[in-house]
Design a protein around this ligand. Structure first.
Ligand SMILES: Nc1ncnc2c1ncn2[C@@H]1O[C@H](COP(=O)(O)OP(=O)(O)O)[C@@H](O)[C@H]1O
Ligand SMILES: [Mg+2]
Length: 358
C-alpha cells in the first residue's frame, strides 16, 4: 500500500468560497469552539485541516479533537484524540496526540456514551490550552449517530457547528443541534469524493500496523490493575464447587465465572458445545478474548495507549498484552479496558463484538 493513500484528507486551499467566510468569522473571535458534522466523505477532515492551517498562519493557537473513530487521522485508531498542531501540516495523520480517550471499536454505534464523554473530556483540555478548538466527527449521522451528535452538542456546547451536506439531508439534525449551538450549513466541495469501503479498511489496516509495529508482550496483574469495560472480572468470582457444578450442568469446559445478583457470567473454552445457556447464565467463548483490543488507561481515565490481549490466565489473574508502550508508560496503567473488536498487530481486523457479548 502506498503511503499517500494512508490519509484521505489533505491540506488544500482549493476550497469553496464560503470556507473563507467561515475562516474570517472564526478569526474574528478571541476563543471559539467549532464542531464539524456531516455524512461520510463530505470533506469534514479536509475542512478541519484547512481551518487549522489557516488559523495557525494567522497566529492563533489551535487544538484539534479527532473523534472520527472509523477513519481517524491522529493515531491510534479506536480512540478519540486531542492534538495541538504548532506548525503547518498537510494531514491530521502527521499530528502527535497529546491525550486520548478509549472507545475500543471503529464502529461507535453502541458506544455513544463513551464517544460523548471522550469528546467532552478532551475538549475541556483543549479549551484550556488553545484559542480555537476544532472537533472532527464520524460520518455517522443517522440512527444512533444522530443521537450521538446531539449528545456531543449538548455536552460540549460548540459556539459553531458546521454542517456539511450533499443536498439537504441534515436539515432535521441541524434543527435539533440548533438548540445547543449556532449552525453554519455549508455544501460539499465539488472535489470531495466517496472513498470505497475497502479503501477505508485498507487505510485502517495501515494505521493498526504502524501503531503496533514495535510492540512487545507485557503482563498485567488483575490484582493490581482494574479490568473495566466488560462483564468479566466483575462481581463475585465463582468458587471451585460452583464452577464444577456449572461445567457438569452445561457440559462446558469452564475457565472462570462471576456472579452478580444471581446472574452468572462465565468464560468457557469449547466453542460449540450445547446448550448455549440459560437467561441467568451468560457464557463467553474464550476465543472472543483472543486478540481483543484493550485500552491502557491511566489514573485519570485517559488512554495512554492500546494493547492486544494475547492471553488471559484466569487462575493467576494475569493478562498478557501486546503493546508499543514504554516501561515508563506501562507503569502508569491503572486500568485495562476491554474494547469490542479483535485485531492483529499486522493490521488485520478480525471482527467486531457486540457490547453485551463480553
Ligand atoms: N476541498 C477539497 N479539495 C479536494 N479534495 C477534497 C476536498 N474536500 C474533500 N476532498 C476529498 O474528498 C474525500 C473525502 O474528504 P474527507 O475530508 O476525508 O471527508 P470526511 O472527513 O468527511 O470523511 C477525500 O479523498 C478528500 O481528499
Ligand atoms: Mg474524516
Amino acid at each position: 500500500m502506498k503511503l499517500k493513500s494512508m490519509n484521505k484528507a489533505n491540506y488544500t486551499r482549493d476550497v469553496p468560497p464560503d470556507r473563507l467566510e467561515l475562516l474570517s468569522e472564526l478569526s474574528s473571535r478571541d476563543a471559539v469552539k467549532v464542531m464539524v458534522v456531516g455524512g461520510l466523505d463530505t470533506g469534514k477532515s479536509t475542512l478541519v485541516t484547512f481551518l487549522a492551517n489557516e488559523l495557525l498562519n494567522l497566529g492563533r493557537s489551535v487544538a484539534i479533537v479527532d473523534s472520527d473513530v472509523g477513519q481517524k487521522g491522529v493515531l491510534p485508531p479506536a480512540t478519540v484524540s486531542l492534538a495541538f498542531p504548532d506548525e503547518n501540516f498537510s494531514s491530521l495523520s502527521e499530528l502527535k496526540g497529546a491525550a486520548h480517550y478509549f472507545i475500543g471499536t471503529v464502529s461507535p454505534g453502541q458506544f455513544i456514551g463513551e464517544m460523548a464523554v471522550g469528546v467532552k473530556r478532551l475538549v475541556e483540555i483543549a479549551e484550556k490550552n488553545a484559542d480555537v478548538v476544532l472537533i472532527d466527527t464520524t460520518g455517522f449521522v443517522t440512527g444512533p449517530g444522530f443521537e450521538m451528535k446531539r449528545l456531543k452538542a449538548e455536552l460540549v456546547r460548540p459556539d459553531i457547528t458546521v454542517v456539511l451536506e450533499r443536498n439537504d439531508e441534515l436539515l432535521a439534525l441541524s434543527r435539533v443541534l440548533g438548540n445547543y449551538t449556532q449552525i453554519v450549513r455549508l455544501s460539499m466541495s465539488e472535489s470531495a469524493r466517496p472513498v470505497p469501503r475497502e479503501e477505508r479498511r485498507e487505510i485502517r489496516f495501515e494505521k493498526w500496523r504502524t501503531y503496533f509495529s514495535s510492540s512487545r508482550l507485557v503482563e498485567f496483574d488483575t490484582a493490581e490493575v482494574a479490568v473495566t469495560g466488560t462483564l468479566l472480572f466483575n462481581g463475585r468470582p465463582l468458587d471451585e464447587r460452583e464452577r464444577t457444578l456449572l461445567s457438569r450442568v452445561f457440559r462446558w469446559l469452564l475457565l472462570a465465572g462471576w456472579e452478580n445478583e444471581g446472574r452468572y457470567t462465565v468464560v468457557k473454552a469449547d466453542e460449540d458445545s450445547f446448550p448455549r445457556g440459560y437467561r441467568s447464565v451468560h457464557a463467553v467463548d474464550f476465543e472472543k478474548l483472543n486478540n481483543l483490543l484493550v485500552g491502557l488507561i491511566d489514573k485519570n481515565g485517559l488512554c495512554i495507549g492500546l494493547g492486544i490481549l494475547k492471553w488471559v490466565n484466569f487462575s493467576s489473574g494475569l493478562l498478557q498484552v501486546l503493546t508499543p508502550l514504554s516501561d515508563e508508560d506501562v507503569s502508569e496503567v491503572a486500568e485495562v479496558r476491554f474494547g469490542r473488536m479483535r485485531v492483529l498487530e499486522t493490521g488485520e481486523e478480525l471482527g467486531l463484538l457486540r457490547r453485551d457479548e463480553i
